[in-house]
Design a protein around this ligand. Sequence first.
Ligand SMILES: Cc1ncc(COP(=O)(O)O)c(C=O)c1O
Length: 406
Amino acid sequence: MQSKDLLQLAEQFGSPLYVYDAEKIQSQYNRLSKAFSKVNKLRINYAMKALSNVAILQLLKEMGSGLDTVSIQEVLLGLHAGYEPDKIFYTPNGVSLEEIEEVNAMGVQINIDNLSILEQFGTKYPNVPVCIRINPHVMAGGNANISVGHIDSKFGISVHQLPHLVRIVENTKMNIVGIHMHTGSDILDIEVFLYAAEILFDAAKNFKNLEFLDFGSGFKVPYKKDDIETNIEELGKKLSKRFNAFCTEYGKELTLIFEPGKFLVSEAGYFLAKVNVVKQTTSTVFAGIDSGFNHLIRPMFYGSQHHIENISHPKGKERFYSVVGYICETDTFANNRRITEIKEGDILSFRNAGAYCFSMASNYNSRYKPAEVLWMNGKGHLIRAHETFEDILKNQIPLPIAATTV
Ligand SMILES: Cc1ncc(COP(=O)(O)O)c(C=O)c1O
């Protein structure tokens, strides 16, 4: 999509605004499917935590995607969007047995990531088909907060605990139909995926009734022009070959599953914000926008560098700016960033705003969450209205007047 379209949407729907390009989501989905076309049974489960707007879930459902969920609320949203329960995977971490039981009763595929719950669940429901999340202890990922497969990670059942795991499965006679791993996000090196896959293949040999292997996700996407990214096509070629060979060895055609979030939606998203103030100080020039880390937390949380363009004046002379938000704490989106000269009222466009942006937004400072628009067939469709003061008050219960007087 083009800057002039974004500018027109900011005028039509106001700022700040999230915009998603449907065509980009569809092309990423097709790209991943094509890269693994040599695998007969491939399943892509969209990791909806990345961007959980119901319209986005519907768009991916139309393409044939399943869903990867991490909470019962995500499962409910998926069902609401029209997904059949058997198209939904549930991969929680640290949730109660009760929540797992509730989701299981909905007919959703359960993925268990610790031995305590595995033993309790297996004892109660030996016939339910269960997937197990293995922690392969591979250090991978673009940031400590999104590296989840290492030795100190709280995720998954350690691959070194396989003997105990197998004992639980044998004792409870539970039905293990799949094994899963997810080592982190923003993994560039495909050798990391291939190495971790070997660990999963080895673990798989311990289970006789498998139907699928789930390799999680973690593909790195480019954040600006000429940026590095996971070579999906090469990974597809190498992993498909190895996966098919493993199936022959295992004696059964298994389903290969991926659960991408960022890969499908990151590049499709744009965050548009208006410059409220240009402030020259002794050390820099601040461009202060009508938003903050309440709407886009990734730069403060992960140190993410979102590419920023001044789409109101794209041809101006470049200058160095610190782009900051209006939150009452340090709230920096970019430091010393070259952007074409900014005037108050200009619209800045943040790239890669599809994944973990709106879905991590909050009402901090009692600000409204922005609207969301899906750009499809050359038209902007409002898929979430801008919040109002009623949304801030919703569920708040004021004290009776008498109780507030001392
Ligand atoms: C279990 C699991 N699967 C899939 C994903 C999606 O990862 P990504 O957005 O890097 O594709 C995550 C991300 O946190 C995850 O925890």
